[in-house]
Design a protein around this ligand. Structure first.
Ligand SMILES: *[C@@H]1O[C@H](CO)[C@@H](O)[C@H](O)[C@H]1NC(C)=O
Ligand SMILES: *[C@@H]1O[C@H](CO)[C@@H](O)[C@H](O)[C@H]1NC(C)=O
Ligand SMILES: *[C@@H]1O[C@H](CO)[C@@H](O)[C@H](O)[C@H]1NC(C)=O
Ligand SMILES: *[C@@H]1O[C@H](CO)[C@@H](O)[C@H](O)[C@H]1NC(C)=O
Ligand SMILES: *[C@@H]1O[C@H](CO)[C@@H](O)[C@H](O)[C@H]1NC(C)=O
Length: 266
């Protein structure tokens, strides 16, 4: 009972809808009540992500809380949300993802869907159940630095997010925004190469390479660890954005022209 409840609260807090599962499958999640982090803070001269094996802590800087609330309000239930990120990381996040927000500005639901995976990876208090990291020692500072991350994500989320963003035009041209973030032209862009692009540190959204592990399973067991894939509930593009920014094959047909036929005017 208590273990299921923990997972339920976790799912709720993260905007994740979890399937019901017997508590037997959840050993590593439930023994870390309140969440657990595997990275936190910025390390070294290049401000890379520090590896950190410890509990989350409250984000107390009000400016940082406000920024996180702008990007992912579902992660800010109160004034001092428990997170695996610190204020510096939130400020960096804002600088970097502000540009992406601009690109998708014509369709805010696309950006909401998109950014949730980064908010959760960087700040979720349940970070260590979403992802794992490879770590190296920084030769100058001797700090532990995250070099790559395996991030477990639900296929439903990936497809929903991609479908809501694939056809969004940039604000200043008729070009599809995704064509600049895929390493492919928009028509060739797939969810997988989109994720590969945004998860590559060479594209500078993050300082480590993210290998997205897409799955349909509610839990993924790797060695002795259990991961719960990120499964943010996406909003369809057509719910709130103009049809020309959405998948036109699923747009409603144009309204029937109700204007009076010309012949009646004579
Ligand atoms: C760590 O690196 C190995 C070898 O490159 C890779 O197979 C593995 O997926 C990486 N794990 C994580 C958590 O990034
Ligand atoms: C558009 O919708 C169709 C029909 O649902 C689907 O097959 C196609 O993959 C979608 N394309 C994009 C880019 O979302
Ligand atoms: C993600 O959520 C949807 C419903 O919201 C559910 O059908 C699906 O099974 C979930 N996927 C995973 C991997 O948890
Ligand atoms: C899980 O495996 C790692 C190494 O693979 C080990 O260091 C750790 O002690 C194990 N944890 C448990 C709870 O067995
Ligand atoms: C509706 O029909 C009128 C008369 O044929 C035409 O002038 C007008 O452009 C049409 N409007 C739309 C939205 O198609």
């Amino acid at each position: 009972m208590s273990s299921y409840l923990t997972v339920f609260i976790f799912g709720y807090a993260c905007g994740i809808v979890l399937a019901q599962h017997s508590s037997k499958t959840l050993p590593d999640i439930t023994d870390k009540n309140g969440g657990w982090c595997m990275m936190r803070g910025e390390c070294g001269n290049d401000k890379l992500s520090c590896a950190y094996d410890g509990p989350p802590s409250p984000l107390i800087n009000p400016e940082a809380v406000g920024i996180l609330n702008q990007y992912c309000p579902f992660m800010v239930p109160g004034d001092q949300p428990s997170t695996c990120c610190n204020a510096d990381q939130v400020f960096t996040f804002n600088k970097i993802f502000g540009f992406v927000k601009e690109e998708f500005t014509r369709c805010p639901v696309c950006f909401d869907n998109f950014i949730s995976m980064f908010c959760l990876l960087v700040c979720s208090s349940y970070q260590s159940t979403l992802a794992s990291a490879n770590v190296t020692i920084d030769s100058f500072t001797k700090q532990k630095i995250v070099t790559s991350v395996d991030y477990y994500v639900a296929r439903d989320y990936v497809d929903g997010m991609f479908n809501s963003c694939a056809n969004v035009r940039t604000p200043y041209s008729n070009e599809k925004a995704i064509s600049r973030m895929c390493g492919e032209t928009a028509s060739e862009c797939t969810p997988e190469n989109f994720l590969k692009f945004v998860g590559s540190k060479s594209n500078r959204l993050v300082t480590y390479d993210i290998s997205f592990k897409e799955t349909d399973k509610p839990f993924v067991r790797v060695g002795n660890k259990t991961f719960v894939p990120m499964n943010y509930t996406t909003t369809p593009c057509t719910d709130r954005c103009q049809c020309k920014d959405c998948n036109t094959t699923v747009c409603p047909p144009p309204p029937i022209n109700m204007s009076v036929p010309k012949w009646k005017l004579f």
